[in-house]
Write a protein that binds this ligand. Structure first.
Ligand code: MN
Ligand code: MN
Ligand code: ZN
Length: 282
């Protein structure tokens, strides 16, 4: 059975996300461990870290992974933003390691007009510094495939592979496959044949053994639109089949699949999206 879940709010403390996830039947969850649109966040109190570990055991929810703050841009050509981004990402890794998380999902970054080659070099150099500052950590840096909006890098498997090939500690780097982003970037996995071709290409370029997490989002915009707008499962341009192939793929039964679709406080949209996904399991 695939591991299905959703991004969960940490309002009231990181451990609360596990209770919330459990209440709607998540097997796995993603969280923010710091304010996602501020540079500095207070450290997580030690007693909250303890409660988090207890709640992981009590709920059985696993894996848990985090998503890095949106402000972080390791590709930035501007030194002040680049340094701030590294400091923030190091803090993301420290929090994730303390919570024993699988990894931290990271958007590779935007080159802001400096060009793709310059951006990729900048990301690899930044990751080296972040990994050296957190030597020996087990938590992974999970590079997310992007829709390729504007100057954002990571919309081709080859770009993600290039980043990993340049870092000094490639064992620290794995990947997150966002269905909306991949589809918006032009990867068409709506048919069985299309799906097999995309996964073969992923395997050839990146290695399926490095695919450690899925973000499950349908897409408001068509194939190759390069636009990042998430839609509820089955209600966008991907449609149900794209998700059917993934949840039934024997290679991915231990890989977390997490929703990042629009939701309200009572989470009824997550409940419905999880029901739809589970109905696809054969
Ligand atoms: Mn993301
Ligand atoms: Mn995503
Ligand atoms: Zn997105």
């Amino acid at each position: 059975m695939p591991l299905l879940g959703a991004h969960m709010s940490v309002a009231g403390g990181v451990s609360k996300a596990l209770e919330r996830g459990k209440s709607i039947g998540c097997d796995t969850i993603q969280i923010f461990t710091r304010n996602n649109n501020r540079w500095v966040s207070k450290p997580i109190p030690p007693e909250e870290i303890e409660r988090f570990h207890e709640q992981v055991k009590a709920t059985g929810i696993w894996p848990v992974f985090s998503h890095a703050a949106y402000l972080i841009n390791l590709a930035s050509p501007k030194d002040d933003l680049w340094v701030k981004s590294m400091e923030a990402f190091i803090d993301e890794l420290v929090r994730a390691e303390k919570l024993n998380l699988l990894g931290v999902v990271l958007h590779p970054g935007s080159h802001m007009g400096a060009g793709e080659e310059a951006g990729i070099a900048r990301i690899a150099a930044a990751l080296d510094r972040c990994h050296e500052a957190t030597e020996g950590f087990k938590t992974l840096t999970l590079l997310e495939i992007t829709a390729g909006t504007g100057d954002h890098l990571g919309y081709r498997f080859e770009q993600l592979a290039e980043i990993r090939s340049r870092v000094k500690h490639p064992e620290r780097v794995a990947y997150c496959f966002d269905t909306c982003h991949a589809f918006a970037a032009g990867y068409d996995f709506r048919t069985r044949e299309g799906y097999e071709a995309v996964m073969d290409e992923f395997d050839r370029v990146l290695g399926l053994e490095r695919l450690k997490a899925f973000h499950f989002n349908d897409s408001k915009h068509p194939l190759g639109s390069r636009k990042d707008r998430h839609e509820h499962i089955g209600q966008g341009h991907i449609g149900l089949d794209g998700f059917r192939w993934i949840v039934n793929d024997p290679r991915f039964q231990q890989i977390p699949m997490v929703l990042e679709t629009p939701k309200s406080k009572d989470m009824h949209e997550d409940v419905e999206n999880l029901r739809v996904l589970r109905s696809l399991i054969e």
